[in-house]
Design a protein around this ligand. Structure first.
Ligand code: APR
Length: 234
């Protein structure tokens, strides 16, 4: 069981060139969240939703987007403490894995897989998907949807996350605004289970007062420093 549980959000990937969700204009990459990140939005206009995630996927796979020093620091922590580090990310990018983390749980799904509603398979997806795409597993046309947990849907693997939080010694939240539950409630659960809690964020999150320790700054600065401090302590 992991002794250090790390929740990450959009802020850890911001310095890799991926925009966070809650910009001042309330839009996500020029779209209303209800249109592109809800089951109702997908039912109303699946073509638009596919195009939206195709654009996100192309950006993720472009040469400009690479893991940054914060992703790499978490991989270094896992390598130094094998079996003791569990990353639960709200991000749908694969930057933790590319940096070398292996124990990563994508609670809001992944951009590089699609979900077939006909056969329930998760299929690797590196290219564009559309309303006419065929599932490579079952051959059904038009059955693929983004493998992304939308508003109103239940995050993946809550049982696994709860088990990890129950036993952790340290709980860290990195680059997340504390707006979206259940992730925003993990700090309270970890506290109740006796963990030390730390927030690492550019600015105070909505839930910062629930953390024992707060470290403010860009993830590429504060995360490597925090990892150095943890490793100096063991
Ligand atoms: N370093 C550290 N933190 C940063 C940086 C940075 N370079 N840049 C931005 N941040 C912080 C912001 O201050 C903000 O608190 O990251 C946080 C990002 O918040 P959100 O955009 O709300 O992202 P997140 O918390 O991951 O959103 C949660 O909401 O839309 C849904 O499902 C989607 O997973 C997402 C969920």
């Amino acid at each position: 069981m992991a002794r250090i549980v790390i929740l990450t959000g959009a802020g850890i990937s911001a310095e890799s060139g991926i925009r966070t969700f809650r910009a001042v204009d309330g839009l996500w990459e020029e779209h209303r969240v209800e249109d592109v990140a809800t089951p109702e939005g997908f039912a109303a206009d699946p073509g638009l939703v596919h195009r939206f995630y195709n654009a996100r996927r192309r950006q993720l796979l472009s040469a400009e987007v690479q893991p940054n020093a914060a992703h790499r620091a978490l991989a270094r922590l896992e390598a130094a403490l094998p079996g003791e580090v569990f990353v639960v990310t709200q991000n749908i990018d694969d930057l933790h894995e590319r940096a070398g983390s292996t124990n990563v749980h994508h609670m809001h799904g992944r951009l590089l897989t699609s979900w077939c509603r006909a056969c329930d398979a998760r299929v690797p997806t590196m290219g564009d998907v559309g309303v006419d795409s065929v599932c490579p597993q079952c051959g059904v046309r038009g059955s693929l949807r983004p493998d992304v947990v939308w508003f109103g849907e239940i995050p993946y693997g809550m049982d696994v996350i709860e088990r990890e939080l129950r036993d952790c010694r340290i709980f860290a939240a990195i680059g997340t605004s504390g707006n979206v539950y259940p992730a925003a409630g993990f700090v309270q659960f970890a506290t109740a289970m006796g963990a030390h809690t730390v927030e690492l964020n550019l600015e105070a999150s909505l839930t910062h007062s629930l953390f024992r320790e707060v470290r403010q700054g860009p993830a590429t600065v504060v995360v490597p420093e925090w990892v150095d401090d943890i490793l100096a302590d063991v």
